[in-house]
Design a protein. Sequence first.
Length: 185
Amino acid sequence: MSSKQKIREEWLVLRCQLGEEEAYRELVKMIDKRLFYYIRMLVSREDDAYDILQEVWLTVFKKIRRLREPKAFRTWIYRIAHDLAVSLVRKEVHREEIHECYGQEALARNDEPFLEVDDMIHIHQALNKLNPFQREVLTLYFMEGMSYEEISQVVSCNLGTVKSRMHYAKEELRDALEAGEDERK
């Protein structure tokens, strides 16, 4: 995110805190697609991602006046999205464990990129093969340009864990992309 975009985002947040509805609409328009993409990387169903996105924006609307540092908005909103998505994933995992217990089937910053792949479709397919924690750190780092420190705040874990997840995520993504290459040959 460029410094110009960061300043604009902060300015919109300040206006939202003053109750300006137009600023809120502009903020949604500015961030909505990237936020949805992030959420979609965490949850398996698109409908659930849209529900979470709507809940995130409702929470932002209700609580933005309490945000002390407008500069922290991006970390704050991604933290809200993270918490809601993880909560849903935990419920799904718990539901699957209950069904399995009863014998039923489970319910259906380095500025240079670490990979250069022309076809984004293959990257998305490879990302979908990673676990949600790995997809999350890659998305926040490469798509949102967050630092490891910001990511650790969003996912609520220590810096070492973020670095470890990033390391293994890059390896797994590289392996998934290479496997996809082999399949296409």
